[in-house]
Design a protein around this ligand. Structure first.
Ligand code: F6R
Length: 252
């Protein structure tokens, strides 16, 4: 589905999540960070304040975290989530899950994270952004990808894209991250891919209509049976016209 502006696209993603949450109060949601979902989180917080969203029985699992960072670090994804969602809605603290980047034993941490997702009954829905290099979560383009939550070396493009969280210094961005694997992501019962901005337009087209390849990790989403793609017009610019029809006119 294509919307005129990034704000409308984000609002559409939020309303999908809110619909699911209303129907399934114990919803298990996979969550992204980054610039793209900021207005989606704003919409979720607004809905909660207006009495239209109850997170008290929901559980969230973030896609990824920087290795070595945690709650006390301003640049961590945990801090991002607290600032944009966790501190503003009635999600229980124990149900707001982010990989622990500070764990001394990352092998144990990645196994623990997978177990927590499994114990929660798996992800009902996951909201994804798209990296300029085609990554989803921190699953970077490579000859092979990992299925489960794992430690990953971040590519320079990803470190540069996150520099804003570290005073604009890309060298200050951690070299590694912890990320859900592509199997964890594809295991979600529904995927919402939210992408906005002209800078992502070529990658959107490659991911959605190009060959499925580990060199474009988002292309693996083509194999998922229930993906909702939410774009703004700029991000949809390189897609063929028949892939851009608004929802009201689409065949789905
Ligand atoms: C972050 C994540 C990443 C981002 C992607 C897009 O948790 O999983 O894959 O979704 O890098 O980031 P933005 O939205 O900042 O362009």
């Amino acid at each position: 589905m294509t919307y005129a502006t990034a704000a409308r696209a984000a609002a559409a993603a939020a309303s999908r999540v809110l619909d699911l949450l209303r129907r399934h109060p114990a919803l298990v949601i996979g969550m992204p960070t980054g610039d793209t979902p900021v207005p989606m989180y704003r919409a979720l917080v607004r809905a909660h304040r207006a009495g239209r969203a109850d997170f008290s029985r929901a559980t969230t699992f973030n896609l990824d975290e920087f290795a070595g960072l945690g709650r006390a670090d301003a640049g961590s994804y945990r801090s991002y989530m607290e600032a944009h969602l966790f501190d503003h809605v009635n999600l229980r603290a124990r149900s707001a899950c982010v990989p622990d980047g500070r764990s001394a034993d990352w092998r144990r941490e990645v196994a623990r994270y997978e177990q927590r997702i499994a114990r929660a009954g798996g992800l009902d829905v996951i909201v994804l952004g798209l990296g300029r290099n085609g990554h989803i979560g921190f699953n970077e383009p490579a000859d092979s990808l990992q299925a489960r939550t794992h430690r990953v070396a971040l590519q320079p493009t990803t470190r540069r894209a996150n520099a804003r969280l570290f005073g604009g210094q890309w060298q200050a961005v951690p070299t590694h991250g912890v990320s859900m694997g592509v199997g964890t992501i594809l295991g979600a019962r529904q995927v919402i891919l939210l992408v906005t901005g002209a800078a992502k337009a070529r990658m959107v087209a490659r991911a959605l209509t190009g060959p499925i390849t580990t060199r474009v990790p988002a292309s693996l989403l083509q194999a998922h049976p229930d993906v909702i793609v939410i774009l703004d017009r700029a991000a949809a610019a390189h897609l063929a016209a028949d892939l851009k029809v608004p929802r009201s006119q689409s065949r789905r």
